[in-house]
Write a protein that binds this ligand. Structure first.
Ligand code: GTQ
Ligand code: FE2
Length: 374
């Protein structure tokens, strides 16, 4: 290039910049990515590290101050953002006996997976969902919810929300002005109350929707303000575990062992529009084949121990550990014990699929790579 052309280019650059324009040929490398950015790190948060800090927080941070007492999993690759992956928000929450979190609602969809304690509950749109270890309780976008611990031990659960997705679309909206089931004085509630009316019978979700393959014809297929979510707000671990164990002698998925997706009983689709929920059982000594997919996941180990090899690195996990699996990383799971291992996971696959962008590569037994596009 001649000096003159260079000068002209520089002049163009300066003028463009002052007009808030950028030259595509200078930005190309940052736009035309051949693969997803390698930003999210595979990382495991050990229960032995998290638990004492959670219990310390329960001692020193009053519930009145924090409202919801949570320690957020912060992926080391995300520069301090309070996200477990670029698309998912995850935390452990702890409530002391007698503590309550006041009613609120928000556009991010939320889920709880119960870790410890009995006597815990979440009220979701008038349904009091009682908690046991391993249960999945959802609070779809826009549904009023409040939590409490009526037991006599500390209550711990894992929250997973689609906060980063909702944030990137800039449609975040939190509300705290719950008015009661009827906004007049006949509800017997003061206006702007802290807790919700319970208007539905105990175990409502399970009684209506909790029998796989059977949908009551008189039950609403849509609940909550938005209705794009499962109308079943509670998925019991007892049933999930029994379903996995019934399939123990099936081959299962070569990549995930015996794995089940939690679904909307009315549609068979993902429980939430942006997040998919799964539980899997890895049998004694089971080693899966390797695959990678365009979706991030956060895992929680309910039982057993082993490791997940992610991009050649061993991420070891045991009871109550949480780990992040970044998008498009080769990974395989190994159960190193002679008992079944149970992993629960939440992924952004539901969102990616809605955009038609989900794809997966699988290594076959012979080492060939197969591309799978759904
Ligand atoms: O318990 O409703 O970890 O609204 C973050 C936001 C928990 C909750 C979190 C929330 C909640
Ligand atoms: Fe919430």
């Amino acid at each position: 290039m001649t000096v003159k052309t260079l000068d002209k280019r520089e002049a163009l650059h300066q003028e463009a910049k002052s007009l808030h324009l950028l030259e595509f040929w200078k930005e190309r490398a940052d736009i035309e990515l051949v693969e997803p950015r390698d930003i999210v790190e595979p990382h495991c948060w050990k229960w032995r590290d998290v638990e004492p800090r959670l219990r310390a927080a329960a001692d020193i941070v009053p519930i009145e101050e924090c409202e919801r007492r949570a320690l957020l999993f912060c992926n080391p690759g995300l520069g301090g953002k309070p996200y477990v992956t670029n698309t998912l928000f995850a935390a452990f929450s702890l409530y002391n006996p007698g503590e309550q979190a006041p009613v609120h609602r928000h556009t991010p969809s939320a889920s709880r997976f119960i870790v410890e304690g009995s006597g815990g509950y979440t009220v979701v749109e008038g349904e009091k969902c009682v908690m046991h270890r391993g249960d999945l309780i959802i609070t779809p976008a826009g549904t009023w919810h409040d939590h409490g611990n009526e037991g006599d031990e500390q209550l711990i659960w894992m929250d997973v929300l689609d906060v980063p997705i909702i944030e990137s679309l800039n449609v975040t909206h939190f509300e705290f002005d719950y008015q009661g089931s009827s906004s007049d004085a006949s509800s017997g509630h003061p206006m702007g109350t802290a807790y919700q009316d319970v208007s539905l019978p105990p175990d409502h979700s399970q009684r209506l929707y909790g029998t796989g393959g059977l949908m009551p014809l008189f039950a609403p297929e849509k609940r909550g303000a938005i209705g794009h979510h499962s109308p079943m707000f509670v998925y019991r671990w007892e049933k999930t575990r029994a379903a996995l164990e019934r399939l123990a002698d099936y081959q299962g998925s070569p990549y995930d062992g015996v794995i089940m997706e939690y679904v909307n009983p009315a549609t068979g689709q993902s429980v939430m529009p942006a997040m998919s929920f799964r539980s899997q059982m890895l049998r004694p000594g089971e080693q899966t084949l390797s695959h990678r997919h365009m979706s991030n996941a956060v895992y929680f180990c309910l039982e057993g121990s082993g490791y997940t090899e992610i991009d050649g690195t061993r991420v070891e996990w045991g009871r109550n550990d949480v780990f992040a699996l970044p998008t498009w990383k080769w990974h395989r799971h190994v159960n190193t014990t002679n008992e079944n291992a149970f992993l629960y996971s939440v992924t952004d696959e539901a969102a990616i699929r809605k955009l038609g962008l989900f794809r997966e590569e699988r290594k076959t037994e012979s080492g060939d790579i197969e591309l799978v596009i759904y």
